[in-house]
Design a protein around this ligand. Structure first.
Ligand code: TXA
Ligand code: MG
Length: 346
């Protein structure tokens, strides 16, 4: 299969290209689409054969359910059997945007989407290309992140191409993702609203909207079985071995540089992932920065693409500076720790 990359500079003037992508979706094919969080691998969410292709192409475990993407609130109602008051408030305040809400599902949602469970995850993305594609496809769009399972999520068209070239019909190139980290997943299908996956919308903000909201136990205690199946898999991992250095260390930078020297003496190609301000303190083979330490949104935006850059440069070991686990920093550390297979130095 030949994968076409189609770039879109103006949705208004290039609707014909998005229509071609919608035709692919309607005939059961796969299209990678930009969203404000990360790129998604889109298929007709009500077509089981098409959804099965997503699992095959990504090599995704079948017990990991998918998010359905919609472009208006009217599209929600046929997909769910119940909308709690908390869900209504979240929809009102935070949709469209980087928030996925879990509902009790209706019968029209195929069990391949819900991985056999009785709930369904739904998101209304805030990206003009994604919204137009959903609208023109006239069906809810199933879309996991458009990476091979286990790899960092793609935040630009080239990163999608590296993982999926030859396996999908089209990539809609809408430039770099603005947010760079996946949506926050909140389960409203149970009595107590729970955050299953931290994301751009942080705990502090959600708590203002829903005072009763809690984190799923699995996010704070390592030995709990996660309610969001995706949280249990090795994820976001570059080829290189990654270590995260906690802010709890007294001399984080000194410790990192002395470890650089240790690994270099073992003839390893060592990478450092740090903030712009700290670059002068390091001397490693490859040094990449995630922007200013005062701008954590920039870190979220570029994190996954930097991890993929290390792979392209043939680095063996990456030493990454951690951040404080508050606000958006909680979601960033959730991703970094998973990238590291939990190798945290503290
Ligand atoms: O920002 C995002 O959410 C991106 C863009 C493309 O929309 N999508 C995304 O999808 O990150 P994916 O499949 O890579 O991650 C979806 C997460 C997984 O952790 C999955 O286990 C969880 O949502 N999930 C999906 N359906 C669920 C359900 N019914 N109950 C609990 N967790 C669910
Ligand atoms: Mg994913």
């Amino acid at each position: 299969m030949q994968t076409k990359i189609v770039d879109i500079l103006s949705v208004k003037d290039e609707l014909n290209k998005i229509q071609r992508a919608a035709d692919i979706i309607r005939s059961g094919g796969l299209v990678a689409m930009p969203t404000e969080t990360v790129y998604g691998l889109a298929a007709d969410g009500l077509n089981e054969e098409a959804v099965k292709k997503i699992f095959d192409v990504k090599k995704r475990p079948a017990d990991n359910p998918l998010i359905l993407h919609i472009s208006s609130e009217a599209e929600l109602h046929p997909l769910v059997s119940e909308i709690s008051d908390w869900a209504k408030i979240l929809i009102d305040k935070l949709w469209p945007g980087p928030l996925t809400i879990i509902f009790k599902k209706s019968d029209i949602v195929p069990s391949i989407i819900s991985a056999g469970g009785d709930t369904v995850a739904i998101r209304m993305p805030d990206n003009e290309i994604a919204k137009s594609l959903i609208r023109l496809s006239q069906t809810p769009i199933a879309a996991p992140s458009a990476n091979l399972s286990g790899k960092p999520s793609p935040t630009n068209a080239i990163d999608v191409y590296v993982d999926l070239n030859g396996k999908i019909d089209m990539i809609l190139d809408g430039g770099g993702s603005e947010i760079g980290i996946e949506s926050t997943v909140v389960d409203t299908s149970d009595d107590i609203p729970r955050i299953l996956r931290p994301g751009f919308y942080d705990y502090e903000l959600l708590k203002e909207i829903i005072p009763d909201i809690i984190y799923d136990d699995a996010l704070i205690e390592d030995d709990q079985r996660p309610r969001s199946p995706g949280q249990k898999y090795k994820h976001y991992a570059p080829i290189a071995d990654l270590y995260v250095y906690s802010t709890k260390l007294d001399d984080k930078i000194g410790r990192m540089q002395s470890d650089v020297e240790k690994y270099k003496s073992e003839n390893k190609n060592v990478g450092i992932l740090t903030f712009n301000e700290n670059m002068p303190y390091f001397n490693a083979d490859v040094m990449l920065n995630v922007g200013s330490k005062y701008d954590i949104r920039e870190m979220a935006r570029v994190l996954f693409s930097k991890l993929r850059d290390f792979d392209r440069m043939g680095v063996d070991i990456i030493l990454a500076e951690g951040v404080e686990e508050k606000g958006l920093g909680f979601a960033i550390m959730n991703r970094l720790k998973k990238s590291a297979g939990n190798k945290v130095i503290e």
